[in-house]
Design a protein around this ligand. Sequence first.
Ligand SMILES: NC(=O)c1ccc[n+]([C@@H]2O[C@H](COP(=O)([O-])OP(=O)(O)OC[C@H]3O[C@@H](n4cnc5c(N)ncnc54)[C@H](OP(=O)(O)O)[C@@H]3O)[C@@H](O)[C@H]2O)c1
Length: 275
Amino acid sequence: MPTALVTGASRGLGAVFADRLARRGIDLVLVARDRAGLERTAATVRGHGAVAEVLVADLADPAARAAVELRLSDADRPVDMLVNNAGFEVSDEFVNSELRDLQTQIDTNISAVMSLTHSALPGMIARGSGSVINVASFAGYLPSPGSSYASTKAWVLAFTDTMAASLAGSGVGMIALCPGRMLTGKHKAPDSPSPLWLEPTTVVEQCLRDLGRGRTLCTPGWIYRTVVGTLEMPRRSLRAAAKLAGRGRTQQRPKADAQGDTQSFTRSPSLNGVA
Ligand SMILES: NC(=O)c1ccc[n+]([C@@H]2O[C@H](COP(=O)([O-])OP(=O)(O)OC[C@H]3O[C@@H](n4cnc5c(N)ncnc54)[C@H](OP(=O)(O)O)[C@@H]3O)[C@@H](O)[C@H]2O)c1
């Protein structure tokens, strides 16, 4: 059975990822701070006949995060898919927010994504298969005045863009999931149906489908997709021009193994076809 590690799996979108992956026969490692929430998700996963491992960790704390990094780099128990989903928003105005909370927002939304991906990728590259899903946000494209949350998600988008290009041909896929408003967490359902509000199960299914198609960006919901598609146009043209000029980022290949041998990447992504 392939194994996926999902962060922020105690509730919300992370719990939905765990559920939908378990239904596909994928075993799960579930990470978050709330043990009771993780156990609830684990019960759902086991109900689908998959194995669920619970790993309680505060991803904003580098010492606690180390246990998750170790799990991801354990060659005897390979993790085939990493879902960097855990995240939160300091919603107060930047100047009214505690610096400590803003730092925790960066540690959770950025540092954890970077360090967990750094732990997971060498094994995936050496095996020539695997995938990473980074949960960004539509806010990363169109920040609104007030909270600094959008800037952390803009980093997730830029990071995924760069890494996905670097991984081309390695057999390892990476995708940024860019949802708009979802009915999770503190959000309450609107009084009347609106295309701006996304249903988490639809979001996860769309993401797994796009990953399977080898896409590097998933924007569920036609309104969000139209806006992002328009904003992405100049970047797509620039990327195509860079490729034509032979100066694309895909020329830099990650190292394939601990010895530092550079691999000639020719494999097509596997396990990305989870859809
Ligand atoms: N909801 C939306 O409208 C929306 C829109 C766009 C993007 N997103 C993004 O989607 C992702 C999931 O959001 P959601 O709506 O499902 O939020 P949620 O219901 O609040 O769930 C957040 C998850 O992240 C975990 N988490 C937060 N801080 C953590 C930490 N320091 N260490 C470990 N786990 C931590 C939480 O677990 P514990 O509390 O148990 O640790 C929880 O499982 C986030 O990255 C969010 O930014 C959400």
